[in-house]
Design a protein around this ligand. Structure first.
Ligand code: SME
Length: 159
């Protein structure tokens, strides 16, 4: 795995291109699909990269993603994604085996980062990143991704 400062530099360098790719797009699926593709190319430590969309008060369903097959539905009560949706706070989990209730979609996953996505004052989705490496994501990467989703999904319509 790349050292953390190199990963942050690589993500920082990619952000202007990623934002340019979705500039002006207001359809959330179009933006999510494009982010899943481009973040997958950038975050090379990930084995899963994509979105779970809110489809009810307390329920997520899988959205655009890259990687192995993910769970189709996740209640807010379950897993790292559910914790993110419930608390609307980023979940940075360096060791998924130490996270109570973690959902093991892929046995190879060792660490996870989940970022809340809000628009119109409501939690609409989460961005889920999994890695087969322990401690695969950093607080620096989390902050950059929080900014990205706020800028490119915060004003999208028709959720
Ligand atoms: N590990 C996640 C489930 C999503 S998949 O792994 C793609 C969780 O505990 O929420």
């Amino acid at each position: 795995m790349l050292p953390e400062p190199e990963r942050v530099a690589r993500l920082e360098a990619a952000l202007p291109q990623i934002e340019a790719a979705v500039a002006g797009e207001t359809d959330p699926v179009a933006v999510q699909a494009t982010l899943a593709c481009l973040l997958w190319e950038t975050l090379v430590q990930a084995n899963w990269c994509g979105f779970y969309r809110r489809i009810g008060e307390d329920l997520l369903a899988v959205g655009p993603y890259q990687g192995g097959m993910g769970c189709l539905r996740i209640p807010f009560a379950r897993g790292v994604c559910g914790a993110c949706a419930r608390t609307e706070a980023t979940q940075l989990v360096p060791d998924v085996q130490a996270f109570p209730g973690h959902i093991a979609c892929d046995d190879a996953t060792r660490s996870e980062l989940v970022i809340p996505v809000s628009a119109g004052g409501r939690l609409r989705a989460v961005l889920d990143l999994d890695s087969p490496h322990p401690d695969g994501f950093s607080a620096g990467e989390a902050r950059l991704l929080e900014g990205l989703v706020a800028r490119v999904l915060g004003n999208t319509l028709e959720w």
